[in-house]
Design a protein around this ligand. Structure first.
Ligand code: ATP
Length: 282
């Protein structure tokens, strides 16, 4: 299947200062692709380029098989949904009034409002004024307006930053459902836990350049030292290799009824990021 996004050797400068440097990656239809990087690494800039909000100095960006510039055509624009830190909501209007405005904008029937509120778990909250909503609820209304027109491709800029764990989990669950139903998702984050939980593939961005990309599980396995930690009942820890000798030591710990638990020493995405870039994600 052809890629839904193709980025080739893109360079972006602001006033002569490089923000993105030789950026290349592709996203296939149906993928959730996570762009991870610390503050200032170029995540938001990439999202702006992919949604035709800004131009670039060199390279190529194709979305839906055509130049990204085509997204400026309203018909093509309706194929995408974009969520940034600007909610696009009118604070003094109710949830329903806000969604009605977006129905008009996207030429969508008002009947879709009940459906989308159900999708984001806000059924029954339509008459609440946006300014009175909690941060987590407000973000779900923002997500509702982003998916109101059923876009094929979603761009989310740090969709859960500054949300509490329960609200974050709700957003993740909504995103997983949307993805299962066929929506392709590009999201930026500096939360490696988020990337591990919902992304099929991730790219590590550092100083405007991708340093590593792949499925989270593959990255963890390829950066693992294959060792295993045994926790013994007396509180001691033993480091054993993932080999014949290691198997014998695990067998011996079980036979002597000393084994409390076994832990693989696979690194987290955060560990790998730090190893590859020499930086923490925050
Ligand atoms: N409009 C602009 N004018 C000048 N420089 C800019 C502009 N937008 C971004 N930059 C610079 O480009 C680089 C990348 O910024 P960007 O906002 O894409 O990073 P980010 O990874 O999204 O960071 P954060 O996680 O803090 O949002 C930074 O050095 C930033 O200062």
């Amino acid at each position: 299947m052809s890629n839904i996004i193709d980025v080739t050797n893109v360079r972006k400068e602001y006033e002569g200062k490089k923000a993105l440097d030789d950026l290349s990656f592709s996203i296939q239809p149906g993928e959730t692709f996570g762009f991870l990087g610390p503050s200032g690494s170029g995540k938001t800039t990439t999202l702006k380029l992919l949604t035709a909000q800004e131009g670039y100095q060199s390279g190529n960006i194709h979305v839906f098989g055509a130049s990204v510039e085509k997204l400026k055509d309203p018909k093509q624009m309706k194929r995408i949904g974009v969520l940034t830190d600007n909610t696009g909501l009118y604070e003094r209007l109710t949830v329903e009034a806000n969604l009605r405005l977006y129905c008009k904008l996207y030429d969508v029937s008002y009947q879709r409002i009940d459906e989308v509120l159900h999708e984001v778990g806000l059924t029954g909250e339509e008459s609440k004024v946006v300014s009175k909503l909690s941060k987590g609820m407000r973000q779900r209304v923002t997500l509702a307006r982003t998916i109101l027109h059923k876009p094929e491709l979603l761009f989310l800029d740090e969709p859960t930053s500054a949300l509490d764990p329960v609200s974050t989990e709700r957003i993740h669950s909504i995103l997983r459902t949307l993805n299962e139903e066929g929506t392709t998702i590009f999201l930026t984050t500096h939360d490696m836990y988020e990337a591990e939980r919902i992304c099929d593939r991730v790219a590590f961005l550092n100083k405007g350049h991708i340093q590593l990309q792949g499925p989270p599980r593959d990255l963890r396995v390829s950066h693992s030292d294959s060792s295993i930690t045994l926790l013994l009942k007396d509180g001691r820890e033993q480091l054993v290799g993932n080999d014949h000798e290691g198997a014998e030591r695990i067998g011996a710990a079980i036979a002597s009824q000393q084994l409390a638990s076994v832990h693989s020493n696979e690194p987290t995405l955060g560990d790998i990021f730090a190893r590859v870039t020499g930086k923490e994600l925050f």
